[in-house]
Design a protein. Sequence first.
Length: 319
Amino acid sequence: MPPLLDIHLYVHGRGRGHASRALHLVAALASRGHRARVFAGRDAVAALAGVVTTTAIESLPPVAGLEALATVAQRPDVVVSDGDLPSLCAARVCGVPSVAVGHGLVFLVCARPSGLPRLPWWREALKAGVASLGARRRIAVNFTRLPLRDPTAVLAAPRSVARSTAAEPREVLAYFRDGLDARLLAAIREAAPTAQIFAPRGPQGVRPPDRVAFAEAFARARAVIATAGSQLIGECVASGTPLLAVHRRGDDEQRLNAELLARTGLGGSAAIDAVDASMLRAFLERAPLLRRHPAIVPPGIDASTAVIDACEQLAGGSP
């Protein structure tokens, strides 16, 4: 049996996908007897607080490097970074082995599928390369299997939430990571008057993100309209829930996520400023006909297992 490890987990602060992955990882670490200390930025703090003890950090500014250096100097066995560069730099300085995990790493370690735009893929690959500088292991997370072009990396599946099949799902769920305006809210209400809408900012009638309430709404959802975060796409793919994935025109990562989803046959992709009531009605009318495409092959290992395996190997002296 491997020795019990003290692991520092640093979680990038934008969006809630990083935090959701961290919750699964902390639980999986505890199940193997390992101890995790969690350090998180911005949005992730709100998602993790109350579930696991979390220290708030700044995950991007240069000053964050000094903050991370102070904590990594406590000499954990392994540092795990979910999108947090300062912690990886601090781990390198302190001689602590480190693991980078994240959905953006897909663009760095996996081959681009034909038909997806080259420049956005390359730009995201460059960002992922910078954000994972110094990591001894890289674990990319995606909802479908893609060929690896880096043989030292691992492609893993997101951990999906169990979904009850006791009742036929009938509701429409909407989620917008960066908020939504009155125009988009009106379009959703016209197409789906009873839709449950979550966003950190928006007009009256929009619910703030809440982990428990969102999970309950997702369990009842017959279709989802949401910004194209990798974690939520993974949940929809795992449960067979049709998703219209929307993205801002300048957001390369979410555009590529949405186009990868469209290739599965389980949903569609659209620029957020092009979404109107007519488009939403057409998607919702098609939703009952959408099925999980036979070509969807999820990665063979889940992200938490891949991270823990890497941590145990590195702590055991593997290169």
